[in-house]
Design a protein around this ligand. Structure first.
Ligand SMILES: Nc1ncnc2c1ncn2[C@@H]1O[C@H](COP(=O)(O)OP(=O)(O)OP(=O)(O)O)[C@@H](O)[C@H]1O
Ligand SMILES: [Mg+2]
Length: 452
């Protein structure tokens, strides 16, 4: 915030004058209004960081002004002033959304402390608003590339679902098809966009940690619970919780999640009180969840409850020309990022892209293009620059199945290293931790696979 702008709405000239003196000493910009209507006019035409509002104004009262401001602007921070502590008005002002209440005659130092806090609140509110606006741009539907019929259908569907009151959405699709992207797009294009989006991967934590992450815990609920903690469902109230890899949720939590979906209430771990929240659950899995149900590893009733609004993301290999569109997009992006020349994909290379099976879907395509842009010698990416086909699909690498024929242990190791780096945004320390390696061991492998 540059020079904070403060508006004083106050009929007594002497008070306006003394406040102005003090604020200007602090380097603030000050504007004044003698009456409510004049103040409202100024608020409409200028952006203020703080409004100091007298309670007893001639004509339109301070509370009326407060109501009028709130009707058009929910965010502006207002500090009420009154000649004598009038508890009822104070309560009413706070109820109407005033930031705080100060009584005259002012103790200037205390007043300035409150003003400082109010200005900080304004700064934080703006920061949150800017951050959300940025997220909305970043996770708009236009960031999800796709023009084929099935993607168009998907866009229609997620747009409808985002705007609807649907409380549960189930995203299906192979690894790398864009489930994360869609989950965020749904949130940031819904009327929940200004509330939190919370993301948790059900496989990343042990059962008891996951339970307390999701539902919170009471103090003393277990040995380490020194303090009460709110879970994601509470923190995300009026927002969205993205439950990734929901198929791997432990049975005990499946039961608790089902109860939550049906009744909208839950208890913190160790708690006896039912807590009610309004969150939308977007659940996702890249697994064959029907097989989990058949094997008794996933509750059938929960499956039906989640599956009310299923959204399936098609595998990349079925998206036709979208493969080329996405490839070109990432060529541009990486060429800019690495300050590299290549901007074209040769026809032969295009054919190679179109005929690959893409087990790792868009993520695999993206990684392939990243490598090609890095290693390509001139400004055209040729078929030879595309290293595809021989590598293990990322998912096979993380599952415990025997690798398919033609895939070596090294391939799997390489794809694990790549995946760990990708998941940690190339943070070597974190990636090493994920892989249970020392940083040196990781770097040794990165060097071996040309990832350094
Ligand atoms: N339609 C698309 N257009 C552009 N980029 C995409 C598209 N779909 C996916 N991506 C990119 O591909 C990568 C993988 O996508 P994402 O993480 O959403 O996949 P996922 O379905 O969640 O995979 P997993 O099941 O492994 O979690 C991301 O970098 C994402 O930005
Ligand atoms: Mg994902």
């Amino acid at each position: 915030m540059n020079k904070p702008r403060i508006l004083i709405i106050e009929d007594e000239k002497l008070i306006r004058w003394s406040l102005r003196q003090r604020f200007e000493e602090e380097g603030h910009f000050v504007d004044e209004a003698e009456t409510g209507p004049l103040g409202l006019e100024k608020i409409e035409s200028t952006v203020f960081d703080l409004v100091m509002l007298d309670n007893k104004l001639p004509g339109m009262s301070g509370l009326d002004v407060l109501r009028a401001v709130r009707a058009v602007d929910e965010d502006i921070v207002i500090l009420m002033m009154t000649a004598y502590s009038n508890v009822e008005d104070a309560v009413e002002a706070m109820r109407l959304g005033a930031f705080d209440y100060v009584s005259k005659p002012f103790k200037m130092d205390a007043l300035m402390l409150t003003v400082g806090k109010a200005l900080e609140t304004t700064r934080l509110k703006r920061e949150v608003r800017d951050f959300r606006a940025q997220m909305k741009r970043q996770f708009g539907f236009d960031r999800i590339l796709g023009q084929c019929a099935s993607m168009k259908q998907l866009f229609d569907m997620i747009r409808d679902v985002a705007e609807s009151g649907a409380s549960t959405i189930f995203l299906r699709g192979e690894s790398g098809t864009g489930k994360d992207l869609v989950a965020k797009a749904i949130h940031y294009n819904s009327d929940r966009a200004n509330r939190p989006f919370m993301n948790i991967t059900c496989t990343a934590l042990s059962e008891s940690l996951l339970e307390s992450e999701l539902f919170g815990h009471e103090r003393g609920a277990f040995t380490d619970a020194r303090q009460q903690k709110k879970g994601l469902f509470e923190l995300a109230d009026h927002g969205t919780v993205f439950l990734d890899e929901v198929g791997d949720m432990p049975p005990k939590l499946q039961a608790k999640l089902l109860r939550f979906l049906e009744e909208k209430t839950f208890r913190r771990v160790g708690g006896v009180k039912d807590i009610q929240v309004d969150v939308r659950i977007v659940a996702a899995t890249n697994r064959d969840i029907e097989a989990f149900v058949a094997a008794g590893d996933f509750r059938e009733d929960l499956y039906y409850r989640l599956n009310i609004i299923p959204i399936s993301l098609p595998p990349l290999r079925e998206r036709g020309d979208d493969i080329r569109i996405i490839a070109e997009f990432y060529v541009d992006q990486y060429a800019t990022e690495f300050r590299r020349g290549p901007r074209h994909i040769s026809e032969e290379a295009q054919r190679k892209l179109m005929s690959h099976y893409w087990p790792g879907n868009v993520r695999e395509l993206r990684n392939t293009i990243e490598r090609a842009v890095l290693f390509c010698k001139n400004d055209t990416i040729d078929a030879d620059d595309l290293v595809i086909g021989a590598r293990a699909p990322t998912n096979a690498a993380l599952s415990t199945h025997i690798p398919p024929e033609g895939v070596s242990i090294q391939d799997i190791e390489e794809s694990l290293v790549r995946r760990a780096l990708e998941q940690t945004d190339n943070n070597q320390t974190k990636a090493a931790k994920l892989l249970h390696l020392s940083r040196d061991q990781l770097r040794y492998r990165m060097e071996r696979y040309g990832l350094l």
